[in-house]
Write a protein that binds this ligand. Sequence first.
Ligand SMILES: Cc1cc2nc3c(=O)[nH]c(=O)nc-3n(C[C@H](O)[C@H](O)[C@H](O)COP(=O)(O)OP(=O)(O)OC[C@H]3O[C@@H](n4cnc5c(N)ncnc54)[C@H](O)[C@@H]3O)c2cc1C
Length: 503
Amino acid sequence: MKYDVIVIGAGMGGLTCGTLLAKEGLRVLICEQSSKPGGYCVNFRRNGFTFAPAVHYFNEFGPNGPMQEAFQTLGLPPEIEFCPQDPQRRIITPHFHLTLSADIDRFERDLIHLFPKERLSIHAYLDELKRLVKNIEGLSIKSLDLISLKEKSQLLYKFIKRPHLLRYRSKTSQKVLDSFFKDPLLKYLLSFGARKGSSIFSCASPIMWAIKGNFYYIKDKEVEALPQLFLRYYKTYGGEISFNTPVKKIVIEEGKTRGVQIEGGEEIQSRYVISNGDSHSTFQHLIGNHLLPDRFVRKLQKRESSAPIFTLYLGVDLDLTQMGFDGALIHYYHTIRKNPWEEIDEGGFDIEKERMTIRMDSIKNPMLAPIGKHTVAIAAFTPYELFTDGGHTSPHYAEVKEEIVQKIIGITEKVIPGLSNHIIVRDASTPLTYERTTLNRHGATMGWYLSAKELTKIRSQKTPIANLYQAGHWTFPGGGIPMVIISGINAAKLVLKSMKKFT
Ligand SMILES: Cc1cc2nc3c(=O)[nH]c(=O)nc-3n(C[C@H](O)[C@H](O)[C@H](O)COP(=O)(O)OP(=O)(O)OC[C@H]3O[C@@H](n4cnc5c(N)ncnc54)[C@H](O)[C@@H]3O)c2cc1C
């Protein structure tokens, strides 16, 4: 065999896995369909402005956090500075402004001031989240296939000793918020955009991160400095990478992987294959249902992906700092939904009713824009089907996109007065753009949609095919950069564990 391992995809999950395996002396090849590493963790430039289409904040990258341990495992130097972002976000509605910062007592006071009738519930809810943060601290996120029986019983014991985890792990955002609060507006704000059926952790995360001060940005560098660092070390360890190399098939013989077939038909052999790509595509296109157990296929077909996003990028000649902005994320609610859990399909969709997330990354990192100018990125959940027709790009794609752009600019003007007269650069990503650039089906932002039901299911990086593992946000433990780095380490360790069996 030419390679020990082939990794499909150079997203952060794939890069992590490849780096650890190359460091351990294995012959590794990463096949990446695009021309650069990082997947969603990249930047692009337009006329002197640098934008991040997706990843912009980092959790768990603080001192003594799990990512410091991950860097040590991978042998990476701490050459990227992660700065705490505080305040974390500002919530702006037509009626009031609210700040979420590490000063959680202030957040509580401000909430109580706005919703005096809910005083006791607000206090109780925030207290409960503080306890949850303590309960989660130090819990291992190793794949269950990697831990011994003794470690498993220790984990079980920890769960029993930490009743908050047991109490909340299968609760939905809706159920928990309904059990604490009556005011629909308060529930809507505290849902932080979580969907019906989502785990409580979807809506509680921003507050839990604020309690821990666990919200960072990369200082004086673009976000793609992170994948570039991983790639540099991966190559130093002897790892190989092939860009512009889409994998079209995972070759399987007698129930085991034998390598991959790339575009053009060439077959590259390897004993192990790790997929960092979308699960639908990995199993249904690169393998095929006929080679998979029926039960697995049925489960796969039933699972939902995370919701896609539309992002508008603007380069502006406005001095946003002088206008009073400080770089905190802004959640702008142009209108308030009566029912926070309303499910929106493309028919009932109106971008003006969606919550906008406004980022001004160049305030924290001036190198992202020419002197005196700034970057603004505005994102909102938008159905994929709005841009498609019978599974293909809609003939009205450009008009629909332009209409959304104009509406977003109009709405954002309520937060940044005069915006429309100061736009120098303009670009936008639809869910189709995200899909095209990373092959994440329908532009899914975080892999599988993590419902409360799914969260309770124990997962691993293993697959029904021998010697095929997954790394990234379509596998355990889930979406977001720290999670996919952990999944990459888990997948690499599973390969190493399996190899020891054979040598
Ligand atoms: C708009 C948006 C904002 C986000 N913001 C944040 C944030 O601020 N912080 C955060 O932590 N997370 C954020 N996320 C989530 C985060 O980006 C993802 O969870 C994470 O980057 C996923 O990493 P990954 O390694 O699983 O895969 P991806 O980043 O999806 O990369 C997969 C890679 O595999 C390649 N690939 C796929 N199939 C093939 C194939 N067949 N052949 C060859 N190559 C293939 C793709 O080209 C891609 O490079 C955001 C996501 C989105 C969309």
